[in-house]
Ligand binder design. Structure first.
Ligand SMILES: Nc1ncnc2c1ncn2[C@@H]1O[C@H](COP(=O)(O)OP(=O)(O)O)[C@@H](O)[C@H]1O
Ligand SMILES: [Mg+2]
Length: 307
C-alpha cells in the first residue's frame, strides 16, 4: 500500500514533466467554468478568483473483478483560496480517492470537478498542486536538498534558482542546515518535513496531504501540526488534508469535511473559526471541544455498524 503510494509520488513528478503535453487549453476550460454556478449571482471571474476547488455531483466507481466499488457518490464541495480543509472519516470512505481525483490521479465517473478554474488534468499540467503522502517517499540515494530539487530539475529550472528555492523551502519547514544529509540520517518527522518542502518547491497554489503524519508518534505529530499551521499562515496556501485524528482536524482546519462510507459521501461540513494564531493549548478551550464533539457525532451518525 505504502509502496504504491511511493510510486505515485514519482508519477506526480513525471506529471510535472508533462507540462508541455497537449491538453485542453486553460482558456477553453475557464470558459466552461464560467457556466458553473449561475445561482451565486456573482460574476464568474469573482467566483473563480476566490474558489480553488469546485466539485458538483461527483461520483467515482471502480470496476473490479468482483464488480463495481462505489468509492464516492454525489459529492458537492467548494473550497476557497486560503482554506485549510480536513477530510475525516472511517477507512475506505473515499478520502484518498477524492484527493487523487483532485490531483487527476483517478478519473471521476460522474459529476464536475474544477481545480483553480480548470479541469483536474489541466491543473496537473499547470503544476497547481504539491502532493504529500503518508510515507515521505524520499529517494535514499539523493540528499535532502537533492530530493527537494527533483521536481525543479524535471521542470528544467536553472541551478541557481533551484538553489534559492531549496534554501527557502528548507527554511520554511525548519530544516536549514540539513541539505547535505541523506533521508536515513533524519528522523521520521524530519523526513516528512522534507517531503513537504519538496511539495512546496515549485510554489503550487494547492497542497494535497494524505495522512502525512499518520505514521508518526503523537508528540512528533503535535509538533508538526504547530509547524504546519504556521506554514499555512505564512504562505496562505490552500490545503486539503486527510486525517484520522479528530484533534488534528480541529486544530489545523478552517473547514472540516466529515465523510461516511459505502459509498463515500459528505456527511457534514463544519466551519472552524478558531483564532489563526492558536497554539496547542487551544485543544482545552470550550470552542475547540464543541467542534470536536460535532465531528465525533458526525462520524458516529454517518458510520454504518452493520458489518
Ligand atoms: N484502484 C482501486 N480499485 C478498486 N477499488 C479501489 C481502488 N482504490 C480504492 N478502492 C476502494 O475504494 C474505496 C475508497 O478507498 P479510499 O479512497 O482509499 O478510502 P480512504 O482513503 O478513505 O481509506 C474503498 O472501498 C477501496 O477499497
Ligand atoms: Mg486513504
Amino acid at each position: 500500500m505504502l509502496q504504491s503510494t511511493a510510486i505515485n509520488t514519482n508519477g506526480n513528478a513525471t506529471g510535472v514533466a508533462e507540462g508541455t503535453k497537449q491538453g485542453t487549453t486553460g482558456q477553453a476550460e475557464k470558459m466552461d467554468t464560467n457556466g458553473m454556478s449561475p445561482e451565486t449571482g456573482t460574476s464568474s471571474q469573482e467566483q473563480s478568483a476566490n474558489s480553488v476547488i469546485n466539485i458538483k455531483g461527483l461520483s467515482l466507481t471502480f470496476e473490479t473483478n468482483d464488480g463495481p466499488v462505489h468509492a464516492l457518490s454525489d459529492i458537492d464541495l467548494t473550497i476557497n483560496q486560503g482554506d485549510f480543509v480536513s477530510f475525516i472519516g472511517p477507512s475506505g470512505c473515499g478520502k484518498t480517492t477524492l484527493l487523487r481525483a483532485v490531483a487527476d490521479l483517478e478519473q471521476p465517473t460522474g459529476g464536475e470537478l474544477w481545480v483553480n478554474g480548470v479541469s483536474a488534468q489541466q491543473a496537473r499540467l499547470n503544476r497547481d498542486y504539491g502532493y504529500v503522502f503518508q510515507a515521505p517517499a524520499l529517494y535514499p540515494w539523493r540528499t535532502i536538498a537533492g530530493n527537494i530539487s527533483l521536481p525543479l530539475e524535471v521542470m528544467g529550472i536553472p541551478k541557481s534558482e533551484r538553489q534559492d528555492r531549496i534554501a527557502r523551502n528548507m527554511e520554511l519547514v525548519n530544516l536549514s542546515g540539513f541539505d547535505k544529509k541523506y533521508p536515513w540520517q533524519l528522523s521520521g518527522g524530519m523526513q516528512q518535513r522534507a517531503s513537504i518542502a519538496r511539495a512546496l518547491s515549485f510554489d503550487p497554489e494547492l497542497l494535497l496531504m494524505d495522512e502525512p503524519f499518520g505514521a508518526l508518534d503523537e508528540i512528533v505529530r503535535d509538533h508538526l501540526n504547530e509547524q504546519l499551521l504556521r506554514l499555512w499562515d505564512k504562505t496562505d496556501k490552500t490545503v486539503l488534508f486527510v486525517t484520522h485524528s479528530i484533534p488534528e482536524a480541529v486544530f489545523l482546519s478552517s473547514k472540516i469535511v466529515v465523510m461516511s462510507p459505502r459509498p463515500g459521501r459528505i456527511y457534514d461540513v463544519i466551519d472552524c473559526n478558531l483564532p489563526r494564531d492558536r497554539g496547542l493549548d487551544i485543544r482545552e478551550a470550550p470552542e475547540f471541544l464543541e467542534i470536536a464533539h460535532r465531528v465525533r457525532e458526525g462520524l458516529k451518525e454517518g458510520h454504518s455498524y452493520d458489518d
